[in-house]
Design a protein around this ligand. Structure first.
Ligand code: PGA
Length: 255
């Protein structure tokens, strides 16, 4: 069971850091965060590589930083070579799980598998961060709304969100991720309304309290507030700018 947060700032370290580097940045984040006067309604989540999670978990123990994973397998045990179970992630204290990131969709992750993972994550009382967003070509072909609505519908098909559980939908325009460009705040605002409406429709108008919308794509300390100031956007998912502990905590403080 996760309490609702006013702000959610998530670091996605992807495959960028070694275990040693991950531990060093985690320590820096913990030190800097302990000095910032953040309200405890702000969730700061860090998603290291699977390999670094156990060491990073030790660093975060006793701090306010929440451990997240970059993906999972929707089953507890079995012959699934190379996969990582929610059961094991949970033993590390992992609470949030990124699902359907565009980099995984590009490697063949299907809507169907994302849906299974969303269900399994909620069954384990962990919080799914479901990523949705259009590619550059889809935007050019005016398919943006369709793509995002479709991804949300598919991810939430027959999903049961229990009392007190939360879910995050992260709108990430794929063509902005890692590009250093920012999307216009008005467009992020418009997309957040589409994301919200799709959630309402997919959930038959129920569990609106469980929804948290965040934005992702080349977010920096300079640009974070233009997204978190938007009415329907509660936070950000940060890749490149989260790899340095000091830069990430700067984003957290400016969000
Ligand atoms: P970026 O990555 O901040 O480097 O664009 C965001 C993401 O992939 O979630």
């Amino acid at each position: 069971m996760t309490k609702p947060f006013e702000k959610i700032i998530i670091a996605n370290w992807k495959m960028q850091l070694t275990i040693e580097e991950s531990v060093a940045e985690a320590k820096e984040m913990k030190k800097l965060l302990s000095k910032s006067k953040l309200p405890n309604s702000t969730a700061v989540v860090v998603c290291p590589s699977f390999l670094a999670m156990s060491e990073v978990a030790k660093v975060f123990k006793g701090s306010d930083i929440i451990l997240g994973a970059q993906d999972t397998y929707p089953g507890d045990v079995g012959s699934h070579t190379g996969e990582v179970s929610l059961r094991n992630l949970k033993t590390l204290g992992c609470e949030y799980v990124i699902l359907g990131h565009s980099e995984r969709r590009a490697m063949g992750e299907t809507d169907e598998s994302i849906n299974l993972k969303v269900k399994a994550t909620l069954e384990h009382d962990m919080l799914p961060i479901v990523c949705v967003g259009e590619t550059y070509d889809e935007r050019k072909e005016e398919k943006t709304n369709f793509v995002v609505i479709h991804q949300i519908y598919e991810a939430l098909k027959d999903v049961n969100i229990r009392e007190g559980q939360q879910i995050i939908l992260a709108y990430e325009p794929v063509w902005i991720i890692g590009s250093g460009q920012v999307i216009d705040a008005n467009e992020a605002d418009r997309m957040s309304q589409i994301v919200r409406q799709s959630y309402v429709d997919a959930m038959n108008g129920e569990k609106l309290d469980a929804l948290n919308i965040i934005y992702g794509g080349s977010v920096t300390a300079e640009t974070v507030a233009q997204f978190t100031n938007l009415e329907k956007i509660k936070g950000v998912l940060v890749g490149g700018a989260s790899l340095d502990g000091k830069t990430f905590i700067d984003i957290v403080n400016k969000a």
